[in-house]
Design a protein around this ligand. Structure first.
Ligand code: NDP
Ligand code: A1CAB
Length: 266
């Protein structure tokens, strides 16, 4: 069993989702630093990882450093880490928009950098992580990152130019899905269900529908046809979705998020 020392700089919302899965592998030794003392105290308490008091200490204690701060904070964190980085480190950034080249150029020339885009369903082991290789990272680094992130769900290795699109679909995607679940549940509530029942019916339906798509035997279009009895209830519902341009709205939603990811680029 390969022992991995993993250090987080930034232990906010997404770091917590990743840590919740990574702590389950006894081969992982995890430490973290957050400039917000409450954020680091919370993960130390909840997951039993080792808390440190600086990014430098993370670099001292971990070979794999996960940068989990907001995009505009990445430059400052890399500056802080730079004097403590060696070619033995692997930097993994989860920041939306920030390129692996920005991180390499602000760290050390030979720095191996991997850019990843996970999502919060990592909390349930059903995460989706897109990852891409920076120019100095090796295929072994990608294999290692793939294994690491497979512990919290599925992994897709993509060319870095596709990371804005991946961010828009699966990074931000849980928020769209939660919004759809809530809207469908609200419709159910207005038709007489209790909110609790409506959320159960709505969320379990999304889970089941997603599972059918992932089984891969039929396309989403074929699956829609199978639900839609001519002249029946689904047809009446889908007509309203069309009248309100829901499909186009979802396409525009993804395009706006991808454009924002591109704007965050440094
Ligand atoms: N939330 C999500 O679902 C996803 C987020 N991401 C990416 O993950 C990154 C983090 O997002 P999220 O977890 O939502 O953000 P959070 O604000 O919840 O977490 C970031 C944490 O890093 C801390 N921090 C800031 N500067 C430093 C520093 N110099 N050293 C150590 N810690 C620092 C922040 O403290 P303070 O608040 O005081 O600044 C905060 O506690 C972003 O780049 C985002 O693009 C990627 C995929 C999904
Ligand atoms: O909203 C954001 O910018 C981050 C990136 C993807 C999900 N959350």
């Amino acid at each position: 069993m390969q022992q991995l020392s993993i250090g987080f700089v930034g232990t906010g919302r997404i770091a917590r989702a990743l840590i919740s899965g990574l702590v389950n592998d006894p081969a992982n030794r995890i430490c973290g630093y957050d400039k917000d003392p409450d954020a680091i105290a919370a993960v130390v308490k909840q997951f039993g990882i080792e808390g440190t008091s600086s990014a430098a200490e993370v670099a001292r204690d971990a070979r794999i450093i996960i940068l989990a701060v907001k995009p505009y904070q990445i430059g400052e964190v890399v500056e802080e880490l730079r004097p403590h980085l060696t070619t033995g480190h692997l930097l993994i950034s989860v920041a939306a928009g920030i390129t692996s080249e920005f991180i390499r150029q602000h760290s050390i020339d030979a720095m191996r950098v991997i850019r990843v885009m996970p999502n919060t369903p990592a909390f349930t082991g059903q995460g989706m992580t897109a990852l891409s290789k920076g120019i100095m990272a090796t295929q072994e680094d990608i294999a290692l990152a793939t294994t690491m992130f497979s512990a919290i769900g599925r992994v897709a290795v993509l060319d870095e130019r596709l990371m804005d699109a991946a961010t828009a679909v699966s990074g931000s995607g849980p928020a769209y899905m939660f919004s759809l679940i809530a809207s469908i549940a609200e419709g159910g509530r207005q038709c007489g269900l209790s909110m609790q029942d409506a959320i159960l019916l709505s969320a379990q339906t999304m889970l089941g529908a997603a599972t059918m798509v992932l089984n891969g035997e039929k396309t989403p279009e074929e699956l829609i046809r199978e639900v839609t009895t001519p002249g029946g209830t689904t047809e009446a519902g889908l007509k309203q979705m069309d009248a309100h341009h829901v499909r186009q709205a979802m396409i525009e939603t993804v395009k706006a998020a991808a454009a924002r990811s591109n704007e965050l680029k440094q």
